[in-house]
Design a protein around this ligand. Structure first.
Ligand code: 5GP
Length: 141
């Protein structure tokens, strides 16, 4: 499948769709998942038109990993999460629903099941607050 320039994450990157941003550098962008599987569910995307890992430029693959590495402790601290799941799905068969490569960072707690994938829209005020918590922790780093 050819990369769709109008997928929602491409629109977010072009500032044509809103999001609650937490971080940006020259190669990557991170923001709150609008249908989070847990509070603090954050997405990291490359500023590169790749559907999945197979068509991602290696430099951008490295940049996404570095941003995940930078954000993970901030998300963990912001949500006092004992565990953190990092996932990246490739292809519809793997569960991918948005076809611009992204890594999920999801806080995990003992006995608290994750919500269903991409199912329920979060309250926007809450997402805004969660983004602010993460950005505050990033400043501490
Ligand atoms: P995937 O299934 O492709 O691995 O994950 C796509 C993720 O994007 C899902 O977790 C879903 O909740 C999230 N998502 C879908 N549409 C939007 C949107 O418009 N804005 C944001 N911030 N997240 C979205």
């Amino acid at each position: 499948m050819a990369y769709d320039q109008n997928n929602i994450f491409a629109k977010i990157l072009r500032d044509e769709a809103p999001c609650f941003k937490v971080y940006e550098d020259d190669k990557t962008f991170a923001f709150m998942d609008v249908m989070p599987q847990a509070d603090g569910h954050t997405l990291v995307i490359p500023k590169f038109p790749a559907e999945n890992i197979f068509d991602l430029d290696p430099e951008y693959a490295a940049a996404v990993s570095l941003t995940v590495h930078k954000l993970a402790p901030a998300v963990k601290r912001a949500f006092k999460a004992p565990g953190l799941m990092i996932a990246q799905l490739n292809g519809a068969e793997a569960g991918q629903t948005v076809f611009h490569l992204h890594s999920h960072i999801i806080p995990r707690f003992n006995g608290l099941e994750m919500k269903l994938h991409a199912r329920q829209m979060a309250d926007f005020d809450l997402l805004k607050q969660h983004a602010e918590w993460i950005m505050a922790e990033l400043k501490q780093a």
